[in-house]
Design a protein around this ligand. Structure first.
Ligand code: 6PG
Length: 472
């Protein structure tokens, strides 16, 4: 590996994700160079890649000098200023036709800006969403690349070789579209991830609060659910988590974890993007708010001594039947969250004219990524059947599924409300479903109010035009 220009790809940033992606690439026979500003990460990389086609470079210039032309670089540095700093350092070292891939959780607007800034350099810039965490990076992530399409044939063999494979053998990596579409798709993935996680937490909370089920019993329930329609990575890890005993206390570890959630911002970005484009995505937003309210632990503890709750506290119904209703409510809420995520993609597709392949996006979320789930094969089929589908909910398969589960979602939400258990994602999923299937909503009154105080005008149902009324 001492020959110059023998490297297939250079990875900048040898943190957990960068190092494991490098090992994955090297394991597939690609010659990988790695660089990190921190010497101990370069040393760890060298130690972990002994006997593999990989080497650490001591500088960015050395890394670039070792790459075959056209040079391909994968940036795995923290999103934000670090990406700009690396690009600034790389610019004088690269030539037209070289490829720079940002594989971080970058906000799509930053990717858009960088594409514009690099436009006159001829550098082929790619924003690639990478999902699957440490394990995924090493064994096969889902990868969502988008940007300059001229880069795709140059990076396709490498990215598809290291990506996870779905049950039909297809790699969970495909070209998503131009511009910042790759990072947008990853942002929506994360919005759905937030909703998925929150709805699972609510299912757990209902079993815990209303049925008093211990963690081990709930672990069995989630394991069972993981065998059926709800089969997914997140349901599977939930079963593992609930079964895990804390060595310090001898109790389930989950019961010893402080109930304040943190976040790095991608769910918030997805919610903000939904508001920007006028897309209804309440379950994704409520999953973010569920984290923010959890974070004000001290206020909640104080408020719990001041604010009244529900009178009914004990669940008196059929417990086994209720667990099954929670399962079906979870399925329905999950479908609503996916529907919202795809509505966001549809709106972005129109706004930015990306021509997004919705079936391909569902296809590459089937394995490797955090939201991988059996359901995604049905979602892929739905978009394949009808690429111009107005909403996933009205696809024949999902309309039927919702018809079968919606009563359970209602009952679970109503029971939670009557017992004072907060299930915001379940509630917003139901409200989304009911609003979307309503031919009429009270927005007639809302328009009248706007016209009353601001002369904002309204339209009539019986003749065309804009109207204003002097209301008093
Ligand atoms: C993935 C994840 C990952 C994300 C973490 C943490 O697809 O592998 O989405 O990219 O960063 O899950 O996200 P939060 O800290 O916001 O929960």
């Amino acid at each position: 590996m001492d020959n110059p220009q023998d490297l297939d790809i250079g990875i900048v940033g040898l943190g957990v994700m960068g190092e494991n992606l490098a090992l994955n690439l090297a394991g597939k026979g690609f010659a990988v160079g790695g660089f990190d500003l921190e010497a101990h990460k370069r040393e760890s990389f060298t130690a972990r890649t002994v006997g593999k086609p990989a080497r650490a470079a001591r500088s960015l210039a050395e890394l670039v000098a070792g790459l075959r032309a056209p040079r391909k670089l994968l940036l795995m540095v923290p999103a934000g200023a670090a990406v700009d700093a690396v690009i600034a350092d790389l610019r004088p070292l690269l030539a037209a036709g070289d490829v720079v891939i940002d594989g971080g959780n970058t906000r799509f607007t930053d990717t858009q800006r960088r594409i514009t800034e690099l436009a006159d350099t001829g550098i082929l810039y790619v924003g690639a969403g990478v999902s699957g965490g440490e394990e995924g990076a090493l064994r096969g992530p889902a990868i969502m690349p988008g940007g300059d399409a001229k880069a795709w044939p140059l990076i396709q063999p490498m990215l598809q070789a290291i990506a996870a494979r779905a049950d039909d053998g297809k790699p969970c990596c495909d070209w998503v579209g131009p511009g910042a579409s790759g990072h947008y798709v990853k942002m929506v993935h994360n919005g759905i991830e937030y909703a998925d996680m929150q709805t699972i937490c609510e299912a757990y909370w209902l079993m815990n609060q209303l049925l008093g089920m211990p963690a081990a019993e709930m672990a069995d329930v989630f394991s069972q659910w993981n065998e059926g329609e709800l089969s997914s990575y997140l349901v599977g890890i939930t079963a593992d988590i609930l079964r895990y005993t804390d060595t310090r206390s001898g109790e389930p570890l989950v019961d010893r974890i402080l109930d304040t959630a943190e976040q790095k911002g991608t769910g918030k970005w997805a919610s903000q993007a939904a508001l920007d484009l006028g897309v209804t995505a309440p379950t994704i937003a409520d999953a973010v708010f569920a984290r923010t309210v959890s974070a004000v632990k001290d206020e909640r503890v104080a408020a719990s001594t001041v604010l009244a709750g529900a009178e009914t506290k004990v669940f008196k119904g059929d417990r086994t039947a209720f667990v099954e209703k929670i399962r079906r409510a979870l399925l329905a809420a999950k479908v609503c969250a996916y529907a919202q995520g795809f509505q966001l993609l549809r709106a972005a597709d129109r706004e930015y004219q990306w021509d997004l392949p919705f079936d391909t996006i569902a296809s590459l979320w089937r394995a490797g990524c955090i939201i991988r789930a059996r359901l995604l094969e049905d979602i892929r089929k739905a978009w394949g059947r009808q690429p111009d589908l107005a909403n996933l909910l009205v696809d024949e398969h999902f309309a039927r599924l919702m018809a079968e589960c919606q009563e359970d979602l209602r009952e679970v939400v109503a029971t939670a409300a009557m017992h004072g258990v907060a299930v915001p994602a379940f509630m917003s999923a139901l409200a989304y479903y009911d609003a979307y299937r309503s031919p009429r909503l009270p927005a007639n009154l809302l328009q009248a109010q706007r016209d009353y105080f601001g002369a904002h005008t309204y339209q009539r149902i019986d003749c065309a035009g804009k109207f204003h009324t002097k209301w008093n």
